[in-house]
Design a protein around this ligand. Structure first.
Ligand code: XIL
Length: 416
């Protein structure tokens, strides 16, 4: 049994920055065609009946579909497959969740089920059923799919074949290439973009080091160990392009929007890739950010730095908790109206920054990492109790002011 050591180490890494805060694309990822969206006419593309959205809570909203306000994908990370909160599970609650997702979002990211261990735990045995069901669901309901993630060091989710790897760096790179290419090819035409490599750098800008067994604290990478260095990153990008010549290929990481040494290192890698014709189409900004960190000006500057490389910018995993888990005792015991309004403004300012800085043809989209507050990954990983309230919907699936903040920015209204 492997553990999610990354979280612990991430906590250590984020603390200093969070404390500071206390103070050439080859693909078509055009926005979802509105004529092809749930609630509209049958797209002739699927066999599932879209859930009715008649009962979706709309309190306070003066728009019907969030996705319709954007000219780029508006995404949602979802559980699926064997996960207990699978979007596709039976029952009324799941049906209500599907109705909200279908109503407001135009893209799905599988939160877990396309990671290495889920699709390819034992060498040569690919288990695509769950991910196929989710992609089919998305496509049948007029949504696109962003794939996550072809290569990730996380000890919790690396496959047995990597865990037990016996071979040379050369054979490992060849095998990683087969892994990536096989999966990218399988979903070719169904997945519009991929997080090809996730979290390969430390916040300091160093590449993660190598670990044989993840025994340190999950900070280092078994991929680096077997590949004898970070070459596996470019191997993965080349293989992804072979597998799917049309999907947009992203490098994805957290703590890029502070515009610090980590982003600088990622962009140095990009410069090198571009010089040597290693394919890469964009940078995924996870943006697990705080209310008070990073500053909007740093966020803007970080997007601009990526655009200088002519790459796309995608916000891949946005969530903004009310309390900053790295700055001592929680300052909010309840989700007050004042907190809700502050969060609305913060969401608005992030999306406004995206729209202001990133030109239309470079917008890979914006995805939120989870539907309702009580089910955010942040709660298990960083909070004691549920004092995060980081998302756009309450546990009753009611829209929060934060949702209106996103909509305001998309409609060019001022953030307040
Ligand atoms: C998280 C999932 O949301 C959790 O369900 C799982 O237990 C751990 O992984 N950055 C990433 C995502 O790129 O894959 C992580 O997802 C959250 C942080």
């Amino acid at each position: 049994m492997h553990h999610y050591f990354d979280t612990l180490s991430r906590l250590a890494l984020i603390v200093p920055m969070a404390m500071a805060g206390c103070s050439s694309s080859s693909s078509d990822s055009t926005p979802t065609d509105p004529s092809n969206h749930p609630g509209d006419d049958d797209d002739g593309n699927g066999d599932t009946t879209p859930p009715s959205d008649d009962d979706v809570p709309t309190t306070g909203l003066d728009f019907t579909h969030l996705w319709e306000l954007a000219d780029f994908p508006i995404g949602m990370a979802v559980s699926a497959g064997a996960e207990s909160r699978s979007l596709l599970r039976a029952g009324e609650r799941a049906e209500a969740e599907r109705a909200v997702v279908n109503r407001h979002f135009s893209q799905l990211t599988p939160g877990n089920i396309m990671k290495m261990s889920y699709l390819h735990d034992n060498w040569g045995q690919y288990t695509f059923d769950h991910a196929d069901a989710l992609t089919d669901y998305a496509l049948d309901n007029g949504m696109t799919v962003h794939g996550h993630a072809l290569a990730w060091h996380s000890c919790y989710q690396i496959p047995e074949w990597v865990w037990d790897y016996q071979g040379t760096p050369e054979t490992f790179l060849a095998d990683l290439s087969t892994h990536v290419e096989t999966i990218a090819a399988h979903f070719s035409g169904k997945v519009v973009s991929w997080d090809v490599v996730n979290e390969a750098f430390h916040d300091s800008g160093e590449y993660r080091g190598a670990t044989e067994d993840c025994s340190v604290d999950g900070e280092d990478s078994m991929l680096n160990h077997h590949a004898n260095g970070p070459t596996h990153i470019e191997t993965a990008f080349v293989a992804a392009r072979h597998g799917d010549p049309t999907a947009d290929l992203y490098y994805n990481d957290f703590n890029l929007s502070p515009n610090g040494p980590k982003l600088a290192a990622v962009l140095e890698m990009v410069d090198d890739f571009q010089e040597r014709n290693i394919p890469i189409d964009g940078i995924g900004f996870q943006m697990h950010i705080q209310m008070d960190w990073p500053s909007v000006s740093d966020i803007r500057a970080s997007f601009a730095a990526v655009l200088e490389r002519d790459l796309k910018v995608k916000i891949t995993e946005l969530d903004i908790p009310i309390n900053n888990p790295f700055s001592g005792e929680p300052t909010h015991d309840t989700f007050s109206e004042a907190a809700a309004q502050a969060q609305k403004r913060r969401y608005c300012e992030v999306i406004e920054a995206y729209l202001d800085v990133v030109p239309e043809d470079k917008r890979g989209g914006v995805s939120i990492w989870g539907l309702v507050d009580g089910e955010s990954w942040l709660i298990d990983q960083f909070f004691e109790g549920e004092q995060a309230w980081p998302l756009l919907f309450t546990d009753d699936l009611e829209p929060k002011p934060a949702l209106i903040g996103v909509a305001d920015a998309l409609r060019g209204r001022p953030c307040f």
